[in-house]
Design a protein around this ligand. Structure first.
Ligand SMILES: *Cc1c(COP(=O)(O)O)cnc(C)c1O
Length: 411
């Protein structure tokens, strides 16, 4: 077998032989690079915080690495908080987002000293205030603003519209401002927003940021002093080779310019995808080629249970040969599919690949929203994960075995 792809300097076939397939592989150097890009982009406003969105990829090794690198974290569940605690992250480095935080999750987060709860509704405001009262402490909060940015002008965004379940609309927030500021059990620290994911157009992002700054000015004029603005995540990456890679600068520059007038303001960002997507690869072996009168199916040993994004929202991931027995094979149009019994189980449609059974392919840009969405559907054990640092691969998650599939069941 000849490897046609190296990851972190290691031939893909060596990784497959040593660890088996399907296999998630992360290249630490690429994560470091993404992080450096953020650091450089934000250097002109030292008072910033980068809160990695744990939901994009919660592998302990990754969290530990990012914690060592000094990042903060954005979570959406008690389980994500437990993961952070496991790798030694203190609550002061955590913000808690999400529309349905349970009482148990809030109490757990309070006991660990989470730095801020991003409030999504008036009902949640009441819940947090009640819990603060019961525990005799002021709960640190920010309010998520739904800026109601018109989808017609900006089709990429999907969580910042009136019909979405996230955040408070601007007018709703205005109605609640006095109550929030006066609530004895809430410590109102800031405003946040997150208007959508994988954004390539900086315009709506800039509009949302402007909304937050304008509201900050408005509340300051009313004597309400806020400590931070959190602009959420959502900056996209390149999935299709023909697309251009969004630059951070057009997204961040307008915010940094305006932030110059607020030297004491902490500005926060919650990138998920833009920190880890590009560092991840899913290696999978071709089981067989199936030809029908209309199609050539490349059946691989990965499926929607390893990478759900194509089945879930027809996401595109570039698929490239990773190792081949015969490099002279002709490229042919094909569909790349997995073994799961669902028509939605595809990894790539209308591709062109020169592969045969036993060859391997790599599904690229799989570091975010990949392993975290892996499931045991069709009783498939979840894949192993490998981390490459300085040219050395290390297993960071064992491949699940059959015993683990049913070890928690009773009959
Ligand atoms: C999902 C999410 C993020 C991260 O989004 P990316 O598109 O991966 O950057 C950040 N903040 C909140 C509140 C989210 O729900």
């Amino acid at each position: 077998m000849k490897s046609t792809l190296n990851i972190g300097g290691i031939p893909a076939f060596e990784l497959a032989q040593q660890f088996g397939t399907p296999l998630y592989v992360y290249d630490q150097a690429l994560i470091a690079q993404a992080q450096e890009e953020w650091k450089n982009a934000l250097s002109m406003h030292p008072n910033h915080r980068l809160c990695y969105a744990v939901k994009a990829n919660g592998s302990l090794k990754l969290l530990h690495y990012l914690a060592q690198a000094g990042l903060h974290f954005d979570i959406v569940s008690g389980g994500e908080l437990a993961r952070l605690v496991k790798v030694g992250v203190g609550g002061e480095r955590v913000v808690f987002s999400g529309v349905g935080k349970s009482i148990a999750e809030i109490e757990m987060a309070l006991s660990i000293g989470v730095s801020c709860f991003n409030i999504e509704s008036v009902a949640e405001m009441d819940r947090l205030s009640d819990i603060g009262k019961a525990h005799g402490c002021k709960v640190p909060v920010a309010v998520r603003v739904n800026p109601e940015i018109d989808a017609k002008t900006h089709p990429y965004i999907s969580t910042g519209l009136t019909e979405n379940k996230f955040g408070l609309t601007i007018n709703h927030l205005r109605e609640q401002a006095a109550r929030l500021a006066d609530d004895p059990w809430l410590n109102w620290l800031g405003l946040d927003c997150h208007i959508g994911s994988n954004m390539h157009d900086p315009a709506p992002y800039g509009l949302a940021a402007k909304t937050l700054f304008d509201l900050l000015d408005e509340f300051t004029a009313k004597g309400i002093a806020l400590h931070h603005l959190d602009f959420g995540g959502g900056i996209g990456v390149r999935y299709r080779p023909e697309d251009s890679r969004p630059l951070l600068k057009p997204f961040l520059q307008p915010i940094l310019e305006r932030a110059k007038n607020y030297p004491h303001l902490t500005i926060m960002f919650e990138p998920g995808r833009r920190l880890v997507a590009e560092a991840g690869f899913l290696l999978t072996q071709v089981e067989m080629i199936k030809t029908t009168p209309s199609h050539r199916f490349v059946v691989v040993d990965a499926s929607m249970t390893e990478l759900l994004r194509p089945a879930l929202y027809q996401a595109f991931h570039e698929i490239v040969p990773a190792w081949q027995a015969d490099e002279s094979l002709p490229s042919e149009p094909c569909e790349v599919v997995g073994p799961v019994c669902e028509s939605a189980d595809f990894l790539g449609k209308q591709r062109t690949l020169a592969v045969q059974a036993g060859d391997g392919v790599a599904i690229k840009t799989a570091g975010a929203y990949g392993m975290v969405m892996a499931s045991n559907y069709n009783a498939r054990p979840r894949p192993a994960e490998v981390w490459i640092e300085n040219g050395k691969p290390r297993l960071i998650r064992e491949r699940e075995n059959y015993d683990q599939l049913f070890r928690d069941e009773h009959f």
